[in-house]
Write a protein that binds this ligand. Sequence first.
Ligand code: HEM
Ligand code: MG
Length: 253
Amino acid sequence: MKLICFTALSALPVLAVPRDRGEWRAPKEGDVRAPCPMLNTLANHGYLPRNGKGISKAIAVEALSTAINWDFSVVSPLYDFAQPTNPDPNATTIDLNHLTTHNILEHDGSLSRQDTFFGPADVFHVDTWKETLSYFTTPNIDVGQAARARTARVVTSASTNPSFTFPQIGSYFDYGETAAYQFVFGTWNLDADDIKDKISTPLELVKYFFEFERLPFEIGWKRPQNRLTFDILVNFVIETQGLTLGQMNGTIP
Ligand code: HEM
Ligand code: MG
């Protein structure tokens, strides 16, 4: 009887959750990383495999839920967009460096990375980040500042990079990425009348996260209490898209 129970249990799909999660450790020789500061951060904390390899949808869903309270409804479609970055068409996992393939998800005009034309698009680049930071002029970033920084980086790339491209999927991701850091590090007030007041994000948390690829617990950050669902993210992205376009044609300050 004991043997039967044991056999039945071992047949269950078990998610191998790393035991050493939580503590931040820099990547080691041979570990791989992405152009995404959050996936890198979660690998550095052991929520994702520390070597950055063999990430299945189940692992991604569990890690993002545990670490930052993101719902399956958001992570599942994000992962589905990422799966084709693995050059093996039959693969059911990704390695973080697969995500750097230009113009699948990785795009020009990033907030903290160079365009592929100028240099490696996966690693943090301080001069690019300084341009982004120049738009964050108060201790708390409002949604308008975040949108202006995002737009400015795309405009700079378009006017300096002779190979500049911005495929539609890249542009959706770009809006989503700006929304993403606000949802993780900011305080939400999604009922605010003015879209610029819907999230207020402490600049020091955002700087710490981008610059160290580390969750900013030591300066007061806590896992968000609100769970981010697909509907919340998409509605916010649609609204900020309008804000950004208005800023570009001068109708919104
Ligand atoms: C950037 C993938 C989850 C925040 C990126 C990029 C990729 C990517 C491919 C590079 C785009 C570029 O060229 O800039 C993914 C996938 C995810 C995921 C597949 C989930 C399965 C997250 C989460 C956050 C996040 C949860 C939360 C903060 C960002 C930010 C950038 C980014 C802020 C922009 C970096 C920059 O512009 O320098 N992500 N990501 N991502 N991601 Fe993620
Ligand atoms: Mg990029």
